[in-house]
Design a protein around this ligand. Structure first.
Ligand SMILES: [Fe+2]
Length: 148
C-alpha cells in the first residue's frame, strides 16, 4: 500500500483513539478538583473530535478508503487502550505520553506528505501538531505542583 496513505491512516486512527480515551477520562475522572479536569478533558476531546472528519477526508483525497470498523482502527492505532479507570494524575500523565506519541506520528506523516508534494495534507498535519502541542502544554501545566 502507498506509504503516505498508510501513514495518514495510522495518524487518523491514533488521533481517534486519543479522542476516545480523553472522552472516557472526562466521564470517569474523580477527585477534589473533579470539575477542573472534567472541563480540561472536555476542551481537549472537543478540539480533537473536530479534526476527525477533515482527517478522514484527507485519506479520501489521497484516493484511498477509510477503515470501516473498530477492528481495523485498533490494528492501525499506535495509542494503547486504557481498560482501567486510572487516578486523575495517571490520566494526565497518560495523555501527555500519548500526545507525545501522536506528535511523532504526525511529524512522520507530515514529512511524507511534503516529500510527495501533498501540501494541503501537510498544512493540515502541521495544524494538528500545533494543536497537540497545546494539549500537551495544558496537561503538563496542570500537573505542576506549587512548591510550598
Ligand atoms: Fe460531558
Amino acid at each position: 500500500m502507498d506509504k503516505l496513505v498508510q501513514l495518514t491512516r495510522i495518524a487518523f486512527s491514533s488521533t481517534f483513539s486519543f479522542y476516545v480515551k480523553t472522552h472516557s477520562f472526562h466521564w470517569n475522572v474523580e477527585g477534589s478538583d473533579f470539575y477542573e479536569y472534567h472541563k480540561l478533558f472536555e476542551e481537549i476531546y472537543n478540539e480533537v473530535y473536530e479534526s476527525i472528519d477533515p482527517f478522514a477526508e484527507n485519506v479520501r483525497k489521497l484516493g484511498a478508503y477509510m477503515p470501516t470498523s473498530y477492528h481495523t482502527l485498533s490494528m492501525l492505532t499506535h495509542i494503547e487502550d486504557e481498560d482501567r479507570v486510572p487516578s486523575k494524575d495517571e490520566m494526565v500523565k497518560e495523555l501527555i505520553m500519548d500526545s507525545e506519541k501522536i506528535l511523532i506520528i504526525l511529524k512522520k506523516n507530515y514529512d511524507a506528505a511534503e516529500a510527495e508534494g501533498e501540501h494541503g495534507l501537510s498544512n493540515f498535519l502541521a495544524e494538528r501538531m500545533d494543536a497537540h502541542k497545546k494539549h500537551a502544554w495544558f496537561l503538563k501545566a496542570s500537573l505542576k505542583r506549587e512548591n510550598i
